[in-house]
Design a protein around this ligand. Structure first.
Ligand code: FPP
Ligand code: K
Ligand code: ZN
Length: 481
């Protein structure tokens, strides 16, 4: 039997090799290299699983085209032509799973992330302020791949002891000013590394004062002193307050207290509510364009403020949000884009894909295509050299590796909110995020085998469940400072 297949030969094989090896760039492909829309070739030796995969793609891969061409529509068409060979065939020549999709290249990704924790050449000096992020992405990715990262415990604690600011919070490294994003990535890294000495290295009292300086009278948080106020700040602050079991009362030296606020959560839900845009998505700050990364921050923030069923329904228009989130899943690519009329990108596997667990705890379940996301991640986002990427033609990096794997986990596992679990943990304060559990694997219409399954990831904190509950337990025994 022959199955019609879009020809990967539309892109000359040596160019395809460059793209696969990460040296070629999509933007460099000329129109003739990208070929025409309707060329097909026979696929003589497809296994039944591959044929089923192709048959599915045949049904969904021809989008309805407007006559009007714009730079946006052209970039989209070009991107599809680069991605389709990876969905329909196997240009990386990875071993295929029983569904005809590339297997998860676990060993390669582990080596890639181990390397990301090693030394960097001089050109990376500009990334110095992002050092906490790099450590977080690598450690989180490794645990998702099933690695025991406890050997990194001492080194992680040491690195962040230098990045902790005497006035509270973490910067990118020694001598840098504290920042909410650095504090978030540092704390998640330390929680993941685990161990009492590691937890104990976090100065909760100065962190509480730092957060007090970030709190704004309108309810939101700035990222740093005098910096931008956006929904990342609201999410990062709530993660720190809940994971470290900090008092919810504002410190006396908090400027917001002088403006009449008394707690960190004052006006917060209303501020997040104002970030929901007219199209249902969530933006960085009121009035801005909705974006997937900010949707996750908004939903994460509300899921820490209280039970998602209450807070999400209270502060958001959920049907409108669900419509916007559903519109982010690209067809036929299967992965997500971050905003309207933009391109599929593996990191949104988490930023949007990861929103579903939170939203499904507040409304109907079963409203997204997990299999299509799994297909994009396994077939198109894995780099031949190890690590995962935005899309074919882009280089892998620790950020895209972490968030592709988190998205894969969201597709594979059923994460549920259960009031009944962890009695005695999070009874006072921000206890809602300690009510999550993994309730088995999603098994209908999957695109993965057991060996492609990644670890369970806490849907709000995006670190292992063990790390979340152990860390909170440690800080609950340390009430006061
Ligand atoms: C657009 O980039 C990306 C943004 C506007 C937001 C980026 C923010 C995050 C990824 C994370 C924030 C989360 C925390 C917890 C701090 P782009 O224009 O290059 O990409 P696009 O075309 O896909 O929109
Ligand atoms: K992008
Ligand atoms: Zn990306």
């Amino acid at each position: 039997m022959t199955v019609p297949l879009r020809s990967s030969a539309q892109v000359p094989s040596e160019r395809l090799e460059e793209i696969i090896s990460g040296e070629g760039r999509i933007e460099e492909l000329s129109d003739s290299e990208l070929g025409s829309e309707d060329e097909y070739e026979d696929m003589g030796t497809a296994t039944p699983e591959e044929q089923a995969n192709i048959a599915y793609l045949e049904c969904v891969r021809i989008p309805i085209h407007e006559d009007l061409q714009t730079s946006t529509s052209k970039t989209q068409d070009e991107t599809l032509k680069v991605i389709l060979p990876f969905l329909e065939g196997n240009p990386n020549e990875f071993t295929l799973n029983s569904h005809g999709i590339s297997q998860l290249q676990r060993k390669k990704h582990v080596l890639y992330l181990e390397d990301a924790l090693d030394d960097y050449p001089g050109g990376f000096a500009m990334m110095d302020a992002s050092r906490p992020w790099i450590i977080y992405w690598a450690l989180q990715g490794l645990t998702a791949l099933g690695e025991d990262i406890s050997e990194h415990q001492r080194r992680t604690a040491h690195t962040f002891s230098l990045a902790q600011h005497p006035d509270g919070g973490f910067g990118g490294g020694y001598g840098q000013l504290p920042h909410l994003a650095c504090s978030y990535a540092a704390t998640l890294s330390l929680a993941t590394a685990g161990g009492e000495a590691t937890y104990g290295s976090i100065n909760r009292k100065t962190m509480w004062h730092f957060l007090g300086r970030m709190k704004q009278a309108d309810g939101g948080f700035t990222m740093c002193q005098g910096g931008e106020e956006d929904i990342r700040g609201a999410f990062c602050a709530m993660v720190l307050l809940s994971l470290l079991n900090l008092p919810l009362e504002l410190p006396n030296d908090s400027p917001a207290r002088q403006q009449g606020l008394t707690t960190f959560t004052d006006n917060l839900g209303d501020w997040v509510s104002k970030c929901q845009s007219w199209d249902g998505g969530i933006s960085a700050a009121p009035g801005n364009e909705a974006h997937g990364a900010y949707a996750f921050c908004g939903l994460g923030c509300l899921s820490i403020l209280g039970a998602p069923k209450e807070t999400l329904n209270k502060y958001l228009d959920i049907p409108l949000l669900v419509h916007w989130m559903s519109s982010r899943q690209c067809t036929p690519e299967g992965g997500y884009n971050g905003r309207t009329n933009k391109l599929v990108d593996g990191c949104y596997s988490h930023w949007v894909g990861g929103c579903w667990s939170l939203v499904e705890a507040a409304t109907t379940t079963g409203i997204w295509n997990r299999a299509a996301l799994g297909r994009y991640i396994l077939a198109a986002a894995q780099d031949k050299k190890g690590g995962l990427r935005d899309k074919p033609g882009k280089r892998s990096d620790a950020y895209h590796t972490c968030y592709n794997l988190a998205g894969l986990s969201a597709a594979q596992h059923r994460y549920v909110y259960d009031e009944g679990i962890n009695k005695g943990l999070g009874e006072v304060g921000l206890g809602a995020p300690f009510r999550w559990k993994a309730e088995g694997l999603y098994e209908e219409d999957t695109m993965w085998d057991a060996s492609d399954v990644v670890g369970k990831i806490h849907p709000v904190f995006v670190i292992p469940f063990r790390a979340v509950y152990e860390c909170r337990r440690y800080f609950e025994d340390k009430e006061g400072f």
